[in-house]
Design a protein around this ligand. Structure first.
Ligand SMILES: [Zn+2]
Ligand SMILES: [Zn+2]
Length: 367
């Protein structure tokens, strides 16, 4: 049998237990590397300094030395159905896609170098607790198909770090617009030949122009497109608890590689920023109403961070549609959509009908 040279022993010695030689994984409960064979644990040493913000323009066209693997022995595999790529450290592997439920047939290959994360929000919820949260969630869904119930079993959901960008920048915006000040006018009118009075609101518009300044700090932009936007928006993260990224955090877990590039991420950031700036301009204009004719924002001192956040993700297909379930790996909150099984509802309706027919038959028989 041909051995995969990338999977040979020399390459997979990164997180071996000093005590027994078993594989150590990042344990969410203990917050450190743990050996499941002998119970030995080890703190993750922070090799670098504090989490650094990186200069945006310096990384826009990253030279090769800026690209790294998430871990020296990292492997990656891509899903043919949805295109998601996940990175992991052997012996962890990915057999099915946690985002679309598709089977992964491709062989893992050595991970491509990328803009490596410099910070991570480590898992705090163990797989066992995530599964019991999932179980509580799925068993409270009536008439759900059996596929949903089996989601709360091991292997149906994986621990995956999702990629995010965060941006810091100074935004200075010149604008022109109009300020509207309302005033009341009294007017007389006739009703049934009688003179009456009423008041009406009019607006006095005047030209305005000016500049607003805002500093954006750690504005997060998802770098994944595999998780439903409705879930991504509801997942809450406390970026104050970020740790400097160390490959050891990857041990025993998957990490999705970013699907939104740094450049595209900043474009998405600008859309988020624009809404905030429009609010600033409206406040600056003042008055009762505001109109903005032109605005031009100059972004300076742009820095970014690439970070990973923890989720348990799983997906299954039902009637040709993909259903995703996400558990926040930090808080244990479950986000999911559930289908109704018309088969189960149909069965129940049939049972009720049969019972009714029997009861009616019994009642008429006793008359
Ligand atoms: Zn051990
Ligand atoms: Zn997929």
């Amino acid at each position: 049998m041909q051995e995969n040279p990338e999977l040979n022993k020399e390459n997979i010695n990164r997180f071996l237990c000093e005590n027994c030689g078993g594989n150590m994984v990042f344990d969410p409960k203990k917050g450190k590397l743990a050996c499941h064979y002998c119970g030995f644990t080890k703190e993750i040493e922070n090799s670098g300094a504090a989490i650094e913000e990186r200069d945006f323009f310096a990384y826009l066209r990253p030279e090769n030395q800026r690209l790294q693997k998430m871990a020296t022995d990292a492997m990656q595999v891509s899903c043919d159905s949805c295109g998601a790529t996940v990175v992991f450290v052997p012996p962890t592997t990915a057999k099915s896609c946690d985002f679309c439920g598709g089977k992964i047939v491709a062989q893992p290959k050595a991970a491509d170098p990328l803009l490596a994360p410099e910070s991570v929000l480590p898992f705090a919820v163990s797989e066992r607790d995530a599964l019991s949260q999932l179980n509580a969630w799925t068993s409270s869904r009536w008439f759900a198909p059996s596929q949903l119930k089996t989601m709360a079993q091991a292997d149906k959901a994986s621990s995956v770090y999702l990629p995010f960008w965060t941006f810091d920048t100074d935004a200075s915006t010149d604008y022109t617009g109009e300020r509207g000040d309302d005033y009341e006018v009294r007017e007389t009118y006739y009703e049934n030949g009688e003179e009456r009075e009423r008041s009406r609101t009019e607006t006095d518009w005047s030209h305005r122009s000016g500049n607003v300044f805002r500093h954006f700090d750690d504005t997060a932009v998802p770098a994944t497109t595999s998780v439903l936007p409705a879930y991504i928006d509801r997942l809450n993260w406390d970026f104050g608890e970020l740790k400097p990224y160390e490959p050891a955090y990857l041990s025993g877990h998957l990490a999705q590689t970013y699907q939104v590039s740094l450049e595209e991420g900043f474009e998405r950031f600008k859309q988020i920023a624009q809404n905030v700036i429009v609010g600033d301009i409206n406040r600056d204009i003042g008055g009762d109403r505001q109109r903005i004719h032109n605005m031009h924002t100059n972004y300076s001192n742009i820095t970014f961070k690439h970070l990973l956040v923890p989720v348990y993700a799983g997906a299954y297909r039902f009637n040709g549609k993909v259903y995703q379930i996400i558990v926040n790996g930090k808080t244990g909150e479950v986000y999911g959509e559930r289908p109704y099984s018309w088969l189960k509802i149909g069965c129940l309706v049939t049972v009720i009908l049969i019972v009714l027919i029997v009861v009616i038959a019994l009642i008429s028989a006793t008359r």
